[in-house]
Design a protein around this ligand. Sequence first.
Ligand SMILES: [Zn+2]
Ligand SMILES: [Zn+2]
Length: 310
Amino acid sequence: MAFLRCRRDPCGVICLVLTYFSVFYADYVVIQYVLIPAYADSVWGMLHGSLFNLILLLLLACHSKAVFSDPGMVPLPDTALDFSDLRSQSSRMNERGCEGWTVCSRCETYRPPRAHHCRVCQRCIRRMDHHCPWINNCVGELNQKYFIQFLFYTGVASLYSMVLVVWAWVWRIRNEREGDADKEGDESPSKHLIVAHYLILLVESVLFGVFVMVIFYDQLISIITDETPIEQMKNRLMIRDRSSSFSSSPSSASPQQPPHHLPHATRKPKLALLREVFGRGSVFCWLLPLHSNPPSAGGIIYSALPDYDV
Ligand SMILES: [Zn+2]
Ligand SMILES: [Zn+2]
C-alpha cells in the first residue's frame, strides 16, 4: 500500500515521465540529426550509435531498479504494538544489543537505527537518504546503489551527447562554408529545425549533467562520511541546541539522543563504506545494476520487533 501511495505522488509521476521523455528525445536527436547526417558513410556512426544506446540502456536499467526496488521499508507489525511501557522495553532492547532502535509514531512500530520516516511513502526507510521524485521512490539502504548508478550514467550520457552535438554542429558549419550543404538534398530538414534540436539537447544535457553530477558528488560524500543528509541535519541541529543550552545554563546541559554517526575514531574505512552500498564484488560490478547483498543487509530478516543481535 505504501508503494502505491508513493507511486501516486503527482510530482514523482511528472518527473518519471520527464525522465523517460528526455532520454528518448536525446536518443532521437543524436541518431536523426547528429549521427545519420554526419556519419552516414562511416563506421563511426554505427560505433557512436551503439555506444550511446548502450549507455542509455544502462541508464534506464539502473533507473528502473531504483524506481521498483524496495528502498528498505521497515515492515509494519501485524498487530498493534503496545508502547505504554516504552521505557522498560527500550532498556530491554539495549540489553539485547538492539541499541539505537526507536519508535515511529506514524508507522506505530519499532525501527532500526538510521531508519527515518518518509512523508511521501508514509513509511520508515532503513538508512533513508532522501525521497527523490526523479525515481518516485525513496533512496535508502537497498536501492542507493542503483540511484547512484543512474546518476553516473545520466552524467556520462549528458557529456557524450554534448560532445556529439557540438561536433556535428561544427561539421555542419564547415560544410556550409565549403558549399557542400546542397549535398544533403531538398528533403533534409530545415537548418532552423536542426539548430533548434541541437540547442534543446545542449540545454538539456548541461542542465541534467550539472544537476546529476552535484547529487552524485553529495551521495559519494555521504557514503564515505557515513552520514546521510538527514543525519547531517539532525547532528547539526543537536550540536546547535547543545551549544545554546550550554551557553545559557551550563549545568542543565543534559545528554539527549545519541549522535547519529559514530565517533570519527570508530568509523569504518572508506572502501568498506563503499562496499556496504555497492556490494563486495569488483569495482567493475559496481557499475552494473546487479543485485548484491551489502554487508550490513546480509542475512537480516525484517521484523516489527528488534529481535536480532546487531
Ligand atoms: Zn514511520
Ligand atoms: Zn519516500
